[in-house]
Design a binder for this molecule. Structure first.
Ligand code: FE2
Length: 249
């Protein structure tokens, strides 16, 4: 998996899931900050960041009306939503991705230390460490990021989110990851990511366009990674949306 293809796929997912604005890009930048703070080896930083870019790839297979519901999913809708880590992981496997950092972040970013997470209900250290670390980032952004039904929560919201992470350290989250993330927060290292990429306009108007080359690359990868005999309507619809954005630019 190279950055160019990961970027293409990440942007396509972002186009489909407009409810989270620039979520993918914020979590990728948080991932970089955490990896640096923990002095992760460069080879692992790459996988960790690519995992961040691709973590919600499986949302490509979740119907748009479920993705955009702010709350109140039915049990069936919730089950569909909960398939996205496995769907994303399976797509990457079909694309011959082998890097465990990427695969583990994608598959296990919703696991919790006490076993109450999904999709595998893993406990504690059975959850790959990169997924335990990424879970902290993903949760922080879920609590602080811009949503259609909520403004970005600013500095106060960030402080509340850090307190929430600390309250669940050891039960949901890896304590050391919470500690490192809190250290970055307290040192002001997260401020630019919080401010700069949390613009309300990002929800309604795509602030990026995709070149024909990127769109083709994403389409090829999505078709190649679909299940055999899959209905490709969903893929074609999202590619069409990307092409419309390109035409407008
Ligand atoms: Fe996710």
């Amino acid at each position: 998996m190279n950055f160019k293809l990961a970027n293409a796929l990440g942007r396509i997912v972002e186009l489909k899931d407009r409810s989270t604005g620039a979520h993918t890009w914020r979590v990728t930048m948080y991932a970089q900050a955490m990896a640096e703070a923990d002095r992760m080896p460069i080879s692992e930083i790459m996988g960790f960041m690519l995992g961040a870019v691709l973590h919600d790839l499986g949302k490509i297979d979740v119907p748009g009306d479920i993705l955009s519901k702010p709350a109140g999913l039915t049990p069936d809708e919730y089950r569909t939503m909960q398939c996205h880590p496995i769907n994303g992981w399976a797509r990457l496997r079909r694309l011959d991705v082998e890097d465990p950092f990427i695969l583990n972040v994608v598959r296990s970013h919703h696991e919790r230390m006490d076993g109450s997470g999904y999709p595998d209900g893993l406990h504690g250290k059975d959850i790959p460490i990169e997924a335990r670390w990424f879970a902290v980032i993903d949760a922080f952004d879920a609590m602080t990021g811009q949503r259609p039904y909520r403004q970005g929560t600013g500095k106060d919201g960030a402080a509340r989110a850090i307190a929430d992470l600390e309250a669940h350290a050891g039960t949901w989250y890896e304590p050391r990851a919470v500690e490192v993330f809190k250290g970055l927060h307290d040192a002001g290292r997260l401020d630019s990511i919080l401010d700069h990429l949390n613009d309300p306009d990002g929800l309604s108007t795509p602030n990026f366009t995709l070149s024909e080359e990127v769109i083709d690359m994403a389409r090829d990868a999505l078709l190649k990674s679909s299940l055999e005999n899959a209905d490709h309507q969903n893929i074609e619809a999202i590619i069409e949306l990307a092409q419309q954005n390109e035409a407008k630019s």
